[in-house]
Design a protein around this ligand. Structure first.
Ligand SMILES: N[C@@H](CCC(=O)N[C@@H](CS)C(=O)NCC(=O)O)C(=O)O
Length: 213
C-alpha cells in the first residue's frame, strides 16, 4: 500500500527538511516529490493548487486529499494526528507553540538568510546581509539563555514538535556561518535532538529526486 503522505519540496530547503524530520522521527513513511524550483515549478498553476503561497513544502495526505502548507503548521498537525512529539498536556503544547512562533519571528530569518547569501541563492547589499547575521546571532544568544538548565524547549520530560521545528532552523547555523561553540546550551540541545532514534541531518534526509513510498 502506498504511503499516506507525500512531501513536496526541495533538498536545499530548511522548511522542507523540518517536515521530513518530523515524519522521520515520528516513524511516519512518506513519498517525496521533488519540486524543481530552479525551473520555477513552485510557481506553476499545478503547484499553486497545492500550496497557495507558491512555496515549498507542501504535505499531501493521500487518505484525506488534504494539501497542507507552512512547515510549522504542518509539524503541529502531524504531532496532533500521530500523537508523537505532541507534548504531555495542554500547557506543554502551548509552550511548544510559543517556541515555534518565537523562532519564526526571531531566529529563522537570521539563519536561513545568511545561509542563502553564502550559498548564492540570495543577493543583498552588504549592510542588509550584516543585519540578518546580527539577527541570527541575537536569536541564538536568546535561545541559549532559555535553554540553560533545560533539556527540551517546552520544558517537559521529552521532545515536542517545537524541538524538531527549531532544530530545522538551528541545524543550518553552521552553513550560515555561525559557531554553535559560542552558544553551548544550544549546542548541547542540538546534540540531544541529533541523538533521537531515526535522526537524519540536514544534508542526508531529503533525496535529490522524487522517491515513491
Ligand atoms: N513559512 C514558510 C516558508 C517557506 C519558504 O520560504 N520556502 C522557500 C524555499 S526554502 C520558498 O518556497 N521560496 C520561494 C518563494 O517564496 O517564492 C514555511 O515554513 O513553510
Amino acid at each position: 500500500m502506498a504511503a499516506r503522505y507525500v512531501l513536496h519540496g526541495i533538498f536545499a530547503s530548511g522548511p522542507t527538511y523540518k517536515v521530513g524530520l518530523m515524519l522521520t522521527l515520528a516513524g511516519v513513511p512518506f513519498a517525496y516529490e521533488h519540486v524543481n524550483m530552479m525551473q520555477g515549478a513552485h510557481k506553476s498553476p499545478d503547484y499553486i493548487a497545492k500550496n497557495r503561497y507558491g512555496q515549498v513544502p507542501c504535505l499531501e495526505d493521500r487518505e484525506t486529499g488534504r494539501l497542507m502548507c507552512q512547515s510549522s503548521a504542518i509539524l503541529e498537525y502531524l504531532a496532533e494526528t500521530s500523537g508523537k512529539f505532541a507534548g504531555a498536556d495542554a500547557a506543554e503544547r502551548q509552550a511548544a507553540r510559543e517556541w515555534v512562533h518565537w523562532s519564526n519571528d526571531r531566529l529563522t530569518r537570521g539563519i536561513y538568510r545568511p545561509r542563502g547569501i553564502k550559498f548564492g541563492f540570495l543577493k543583498v547589499p552588504e549592510d542588509v546581509a550584516a543585519h540578518y547575521t546580527a539577527e541570527g546571532k541575537a536569536g541564538l544568544a536568546e535561545l541559549d539563555k532559555h535553554l540553560a538548565g533545560k533539556t527540551w524547549l517546552a520544558g517537559g520530560a521529552g521532545p515536542t514538535f517545537a524541538d524538531i521545528d527549531v532544530y530545522g532552523v538551528v541545524g543550518y547555523a553552521g552553513q550560515a556561518g555561525f559557531d554553535l561553540g559560542e552558544v553551548p546550551n544550544v549546542k548541547a540541545w542540538a546534540a540531544r535532538v541529533e541523538a533521537l532514534p531515526g535522526f537524519q541531518s540536514v544534508d542526508a534526509l531529503l533525496p535529490k529526486e522524487s522517491r515513491a513510498a
